[in-house]
Design a protein around this ligand. Structure first.
Ligand SMILES: [Zn+2]
Length: 254
């Protein structure tokens, strides 16, 4: 019985995946122009935002930038991790001149490190003005894993958006319950069901679902392998089973 249920789940997951990959290639993602991905640590870009970066990267008019708020120096590897981020971004199609890592003394990697919102908002302001950014993408208010540095990135971006004089849009990456986090493409069943329900209820929350093709998934995997200093055994499990390696749902926050 369990075998039948498991087989059924795998078949439905694969069918849903195929459908979404096809649909994704027919419908362009409604985010374009100069795009800034705001992250907290080197490796956030591929552990959480791989489908977004690959999806937006295949739309040729987009120019993607990464602003990483810390070097990820919790274990004293900050300078190595900075270089790894540049290499990983190149695999994801982002040129080195579009990757910036903050080394601000108030923004040090750590679960107990409290990052001042105003400093982040100012860094975002400087980058957005200099590069004429149209859209910022970052974590949501839970930060996927609940990491306080991820949440601080969201708070800083939100503060910038609330005080800006321009019309920059902010999209945030939806955090999902733990039970859905490690079922890989299987989570597409849940995401699709939610989208259908929202359609029936005619909810318009400015939500964008981005699904990686198999090629995009392997590129994200390759990018993750550039983070050599971070490749401990459980990260291999992560890149295989995390749904964030296959699916991103972004919500418009303003
Ligand atoms: Zn992180």
């Amino acid at each position: 019985m369990i075998f039948v249920l498991l087989s059924l789940t795998v078949v439905i997951s694969l069918l849903t995946y195929s459908y979404h990959v096809l649909a994704n290639y027919q419908h362009p993602i409604p985010i374009g122009g100069n795009i800034l991905l705001l992250t907290a640590h080197p490796d956030d870009e591929c552990m959480f935002f791989g489908p977004t970066l690959r999806g937006l990267g295949r739309q040729h008019k987009n120019r993607i930038h990464v602003l990483c708020l810390s070097t990820g120096n919790a274990d004293g590897l900050g300078q190595i991790r900075k270089r790894e981020l540049v290499k990983s971004s190149q695999v994801l199609g982002i040129q080195p001149s579009h990757v910036r890592v903050s080394e601000h003394s108030e923004l040090q990697d750590g679960m107990k490190s409290v990052w001042p919102t105003d400093i982040i908002a100012q860094l975002v302001n400087n980058y957005v003005s200099k590069q004429s950014i149209d859209t910022i993408i970052t974590f949501d208010g839970y930060g996927v894993s609940g990491h306080p540095n991820h949440i601080a990135a969201y708070e800083g971006a939100k503060r910038y958006i609330e005080t800006q004089k321009g019309s920059t849009k902010l999209y945030t990456l939806d955090s999902i319950p733990l039970v859905r986090k490690y079922i890989g493409i299987g989570d597409l069943i849940t995401s699709s069901f939610q989208q259908i329900m929202a359609l029936i209820k005619k909810e318009e929350k400015g939500s964008v679902l981005i699904v990686s093709s198999p090629g995009a998934y392997f590129a994200t995997h390759k990018a993750m392998r550039e983070h050599t200093s971070q490749l401990v055994w459980f990260r291999w499990l992560y890149v295989t089973f995390s749904r964030y390696m296959y699916v991103n749902e972004l919500s418009l926050a303003n």
